[in-house]
Design a protein around this ligand. Structure first.
Ligand SMILES: NC(=O)c1ccc[n+]([C@@H]2O[C@H](COP(=O)([O-])OP(=O)(O)OC[C@H]3O[C@@H](n4cnc5c(N)ncnc54)[C@H](O)[C@@H]3O)[C@@H](O)[C@H]2O)c1
Length: 256
């Protein structure tokens, strides 16, 4: 068992929970933080690693709650080596129908949350460390209905660069992952059958990603193998970001 410690936000399910399992498999002590205490408690029970796991119920958008959560991490583990800003919410609506409250909540959780968590995490990273922010392909390319979500994720990529610039002298690297569609509860809630079909058509690897495939990339960026990588966004998206209009028919013809 290593004394290395990671805190993962939005860890009750989906990509966050898969990432927690990845770090636990490497022997890291793991803090799981989520607004949904009930789901998270069930997940923590199933992990069955009481000595290595700390569960925190917290809204990443509320400063006081974030401060208390990191105090609990300090009290329990005494240090932090990695922070994964994964908690996120998606509201897909046309610009003219998106209310100010919806816009603000998405920005608060997806952008202000990582800002608040990172400010608390850095003083605990006394031996250096790594921050990984989970953005989205929706932050790399505009698409319909994603005004708040896409804008929050694009800004998160820039926040990553700011963090890389300002934390490097502390030995802290900051990187970002932009997942393509991953078949989690979030995707199930906002991807209609038509959207799912479109993704299969548009993505060169012609499928959704797996939670574990994103978790693997997070692990790599936090590991010593990524020691000279900072300020970058890595797309884990089956080739979505690399391609453009006209590809679908060409790719189909290649497969014939
Ligand atoms: N699933 C996809 O297709 C996809 C694609 C690109 C990016 N992402 C991003 O990956 C991340 C994880 O998404 P997922 O698909 O696993 O979603 P998910 O909805 O399954 O999990 C997100 C978790 O974050 C928690 N959460 C939400 N608001 C919170 C808050 N204010 N404070 C603390 N926890 C909060 C939720 O309770 C949930 O457990 C998100 O940032 C999402 O935007 C997902």
């Amino acid at each position: 068992m290593s004394d290395r410690t990671v805190l993962i936000t939005g860890a009750a399910r989906g990509i966050g929970l898969a990432t927690a399992k990845r770090f636990l498999a490497e022997g890291w002590r793991t803090g799981l933080l989520d607004i949904d205490g009930k789901t998270q408690n069930a997940a923590v029970e199933a992990l069955d690693r009481p000595d290595d796991v700390l569960a925190l119920t917290c809204d990443v958008a509320i400063e006081d709650q974030v401060a208390s959560a990191f105090e609990a991490v300090r009290d329990r583990f005494g240090r932090l080596d990695a922070l994964i800003n994964n908690a996120g919410v998606a509201i897909f609506k046309p610009i003219l129908e998106t209310t100010l409250a919806e816009w603000s909540r998405v920005l608060d959780v997806n952008l202000t949350g990582p800002f608040l968590c990172s400010r608390q995490a850095v003083p605990l990273m006394t031996n250096g460390g790594a921050i990984v922010n989970i953005a989205s392909i929706s932050g790399q390319r505009a698409s319909t209905l994603r005004v708040a979500y896409g804008t929050s994720k694009a800004a998160l990529m820039h926040l990553t660069k700011q963090q890389a610039a300002e934390f490097a002298h502390r030995g802290i690297r900051a990187n970002c992952i932009a997942p393509g569609p991953v078949d989690t509860a979030m995707a199930k809630a906002v991807h209609s059958p038509e959207i799912r079909a479109d993704y299969h058509d548009a993505i060169p690897l012609a499928r959704y990603g797996l939670e574990e495939e994103v978790a693997e990339a997070v692990w790599f960026l936090c590991s010593d193998k990524a020691s000279y990588i900072t300020g970058q966004t890595l797309a884990v998206d089956g080739g979505f970001e690399a391609t453009g209009i006209g590809l679908v028919s060409l790719r189909r013809s290649l497969g014939e």
